[in-house]
Design a protein around this ligand. Structure first.
Ligand code: TRP
Length: 344
């Protein structure tokens, strides 16, 4: 079996020139509220794509929650909170489709033919899965953990998405998706596009302790956090012993991460932001970061609070998204059955 080199990543400007050519699919695991890592990693990008006229589908990946734990805790509640986060960030349900894995049967059925297209060895050497297994709280690795990248291929291919805005950690999954598409097309019939990655221009944002930003580590600033909660988290952020503030991600990860956070929120260059704070030290840095984050998030938080008052609307957004996604998945599955000569 052959694998080809990854395609050069597309840029936002490539897409803006011809938005009608693209259908975008991305998603999140509903394990908690979305935080700034999600926002600057992909959510902001999705909204920009939607706003230049690209068709957008957003998946609440509920089955994927089960990769590293026995039971998904309150998935319906988490899904609702995430829909609120999407609406807060500017996803517009009159243009975009928000849906959940478990509500789209035909998407899930694609997993079976797709699993036949990949080898056990390919699944076993996926670096993101290896990393997740290393950090999993489970004592044994479930079959879903091992195979979920093939399911993620179904997430992307059921709607023939050709563009996937992701962080670096998702690239192995996208490569597998391309492999699945290519092999299906050559074994059966040309049905699937080979989707391309749209990497976020933002460098990786860490948590306030300098480790990977994650809800379970308590180091993440949620979109939905209040201004006071945000201030408290940043007050407690790790810095270092040097007074003069600089932007040096390799040498000073914690301080640089705070500088980066301010720079992202202000749409500015992190070196300039660090230079302006300079000798005023960590307290001044934290004040700048707190104000920048709270100002950037204020309109989102306002929109979120507005939508949170109408839970029926939030549930309707998801129900209608599920219906739209199901109609698309049914059409694709019909084509797949025909290509595989399984029409009875
Ligand atoms: N794997 C992604 C994550 O852990 C979530 C996800 C599921 C996804 N299906 C997807 C992302 C399809 C992009 C495209 O965050």
């Amino acid at each position: 079996m052959t694998t080809t080199a990854p395609a050069a990543p597309l840029t936002f400007d490539d897409v803006r020139r011809d938005p009608g050519r693209f259908r975008v699919l991305t998603g999140d695991r509903p394990t908690g509220r979305l935080h700034l890592g999600h926002y600057f990693g992909t959510v902001h990008n999705r909204v920009r794509l939607q706003d230049v006229g690209v068709e957008l589908l957003v998946l609440i990946a509920d089955y994927q929650v089960l990769t590293d734990r026995d039971v998904a805790e309150r998935p319906a509640e988490h899904a609702e909170e995430i829909v609120l986060d999407y609406l807060a960030a500017g996803v517009d349900p009159s243009r975009a489709t928000i849906f959940a894995h478990s509500a789209v049967p035909a998407l899930n059925q694609l997993l079976l033919p797709f699993l036949s297209l990949v080898s056990v060895a390919e699944l076993g050497r996926n670096p993101t899965v290896k990393d997740e297994i290393a950090h999993s709280r489970q004592s044994s690795v479930s079959g879903l953990m091992f195979t979920y990248p093939a399911h993620q291929a179904a997430d992307i291919l059921f709607c023939k998405a050709n563009l996937v805005p992701v962080g670096q950690d998702q690239l192995p999954h996208l490569e597998l998706t391309r492999t699945v598409a290519r092999r299906f097309n050559s074994r059966y019939a040309e049905i699937f596009p080979e989707p391309e990655a749209l990497l976020s221009a933002a460098p990786l944002l860490l948590g306030v302790d300098g480790a990977k930003m994650s809800k379970s580590r308590g180091n993440a600033i949620a979109l939905a956090a209040t201004a006071d909660e945000t201030a408290a988290l940043i007050r407690g952020a790790k810095t270092d012993a040097l007074r003069h503030i600089t932007y040096d991600p390799a040498g000073r990860p914690e301080v640089s991460n705070l500088v980066l956070l301010a720079a992202l929120c202000l749409d500015r260059d992190p070196y300039e932001v660090a230079g302006e704070i300079g000798g005023r030290g960590a307290a001044a840095l934290k004040a700048v970061v707190t104000e920048a984050v709270n100002e950037r998030l204020a309109p989102l938080r306002e929109r979120r609070a507005l939508h949170a008052r109408d839970r029926d609307h939030v549930r309707r957004v998801l129900r209608e998204g599920n219906e739209r996604a199901s109609a698309i998945a049914d059409t694709t599955l019909t084509e797949v059955r025909a290509a595989m000569n399984m029409v009875y």
